[in-house]
Design a binder for this molecule. Structure first.
Ligand code: DQQ
Length: 540
């Protein structure tokens, strides 16, 4: 039980009790950041879902509020499912969400703050016109959900997207409305990708190389649009960057080979049903996402809660490549750092493992840069040109010429439990080097009923750049960001021994032919909404 209580996060958002899934309707309103979320109030497993609600001034410190929307109408009695908020002119707020009806039909509904002058938005009213949208002709009654934030078209109408599928083709339906009550389905789809299955929690927003964030309606010559969908088939969040034509209501990917569902992902670990919002307060776009549990349901029930939110991330077009997003923990989390320990130019010879004395290791923010011995790496060849695959290659313990090297977190003394976050450099057929960023859960716990996958993917490294990673350790969550957030990997780990004072951090180099020089900064991370005796509710 000590172990189960240790698993609770210190600085990741979670409701403290019972089950949570998707983030819903994130918005900044009258000085407060609001986060709603899919919440099952009676158990630590998914079930009858309502909208949980919390508010914050900084997205770090949260105040929990009463349930915002209950299952109290025939059109949402089987679940108040995922939805989004839109700010209309004069700061009028409207929410669109999916209801699962008394017959389990997926319909769209409108809700408003009962008292718009209440900055905490404690009470909500559902429109008497609900449901405002039912599945259109040709769409399955259970394949019509998760409306996006709406934005203004050049014609002055509000437009939003709903995810669906036709046979095995994932699609994004477009609707226009003037009053959020009456809707016109636009001919054709915003986009579709065959073979990708049901698109859940679609998100659609502008990005630009010149801006850290754009409001949802913005378009223009320097603006690209990101289309993201959560793939029900493989439970991963995929995005693609492309061009949106507001006149014909179509989005076209820049590179059809990496279209939505077949190319880039926000995160190559455990990360699903995400949603962004434009933070008009700090002029940035922020990404929220659900991180599920990967232990057994039995354990979740015993522990009394399941799931948390990833640390909110800024999301922007990578100005250096123009072909991927960069995600980074919002700067507000830097306030939680203390007790900096620095390790400068630590030489990691092939086969080395070096402990870092950092004190407690359950709540850390780690930045590490790695420099490779250039001469050595030029001479090397990794035979066969076989493309590397984090999951398929056997993890951090399998030694090759140029990797793996990185960090071990949540490691016990005899290393029966440890979680490596590492780089691996593979040489392609033409001698080109590709860098991979992985987190290996295979030895993260001696427990048997937990996920032991190895997660990761390639990460773009530009000429002259050092390899760098940032790792957030928060008890059972390890969130990794490589090359400033070009590739992210989130994992859940459930050590049984490498907890509390019995865990350590190491630098390691399992490469056979290259010495790596590492420079690390490691901070303790503060904040916890619990005390020794259990869960503390911060509100209402
Ligand atoms: N979760 C919601 C749905 C959504 C799914 C139900 C994604 O609206 O499609 O809890 O996790």
């Amino acid at each position: 039980n000590d172990m189960l209580s240790w698993q609770g996060p210190a600085f990741h958002f979670y409701p403290g009790k019972n089950w949570m899934n998707d983030p819903n309707g994130p918005v900044y309103y009258k000085g407060w950041y609001h986060l709603f979320y899919q919440y099952s109030p009676e158990a630590a497993v998914w079930g009858p879902i309502v909208w949980g609600h919390a508010v914050s001034k900084d997205m770090v410190h949260w105040r929990h509020l009463p349930i915002a929307m209950e299952r109290d109408q025939w059109y949402d009695v089987n679940g108040v499912w995922t939805g989004s908020a839109t700010i209309l002119p004069n700061n009028k707020l409207v929410v669109l969400y999916t209801g699962s009806t008394n017959e389990s039909v997926q319909v769209q509904n409108v809700a408003y703050p009962a008292n718009p002058s209440d900055p905490l938005l404690v009470s909500w009213v559902k429109d008497s016109a609900n449901p405002v949208l039912s599945p259109p002709h040709g769409i399955g009654y259970k394949d019509f959900r998760d409306p996006t934030t709406a934005w203004l078209t050049p014609q002055g109408k509000w437009r939003m997207v709903i995810g669906s599928k036709v046979n095995k083709t994932g699609i994004a339906l477009l609707y226009d409305t003037e009053d959020f009550i009456n809707y016109e389905l636009q001919i054709g789809w915003l986009h579709d990708v065959s073979g990708t299955g049901m698109w859940e929690c679609v998100d659609f927003y502008p990005v630009s190389k010149n801006e850290s964030g754009l409001d949802t309606g913005v378009y223009g010559p320097d603006v690209k649009h990101v289309l993201k969908a959560s793939m029900d088939d493989d439970r991963c969040d995929y995005y693609a960057i492309g061009t949106y034509n507001p006149v014909i209501g179509k989005w076209i990917p820049d590179d059809p080979k990496i279209d939505v569902g077949i190319g880039l992902r926000y995160d190559y670990g455990i990360y699903y049903a995400s949603k962004t919002f434009y933070d008009q307060h700090k002029k940035r776009r922020i990404l929220w996402s659900w991180i599920k549990e990967t232990d057994s349901e039995k354990t979740d029930i015993k522990r009394g809660w399941a799931s948390l939110m990833a640390v909110p991330r800024t999301v922007a077009l990578d100005p250096a490549t123009g072909s991927n997003l960069i995600q980074w923990p919002i700067e507000e989390f830097d306030k939680l750092r203390s007790n900096l320990k620095e390790f400068n130019e630590v030489r990691l010879e092939p086969g080395s493992l070096i402990p870092l004395n950092v004190g407690p290791t359950s709540q850390l923010d780690i930045l590490v840069e790695f420099e490779l011995d250039k001469k050595a790496s030029n001479k090397l060849s990794v035979g066969g040109g076989v493309p590397y695959n984090c999951a398929g290659h056997g993890g951090a313990g399998v030694r090759d010429a140029l990797g793996p090297f990185g960090l071990l977190v949540l490691a016990n003394k005899n290393l029966t439990e440890h979680t490596p976050a590492y780089f691996y450099i593979a040489k392609g057929k033409k001698g080109e080097l590709s860098t991979f960023f992985c987190i290996d859960q295979s030895r993260s716990s001696i427990a048997e009923d937990v996920d032991k996958s190895i997660y990761g993917s390639t990460v773009p490294v530009l000429k002259g750049e050092k390899l760098s990673m940032r790792i957030l350790v928060d008890h059972s969550i390890v969130e990794g960001y490589a090359q400033g957030g070009r590739t992210c990997v989130t994992s859940r780990v459930y050590p049984t021994e490498a907890i509390n004072g019995d865990a350590q951090v190491f630098l390691f180099n399992n490469a056979t032919n290259v010495t790596v020089v590492a420079t690390a900064k490691i901070w303790q991370m503060g904040l916890s909404s619990r005390n020794e005796s259990g869960w503390v509710w911060l509100g209402p």
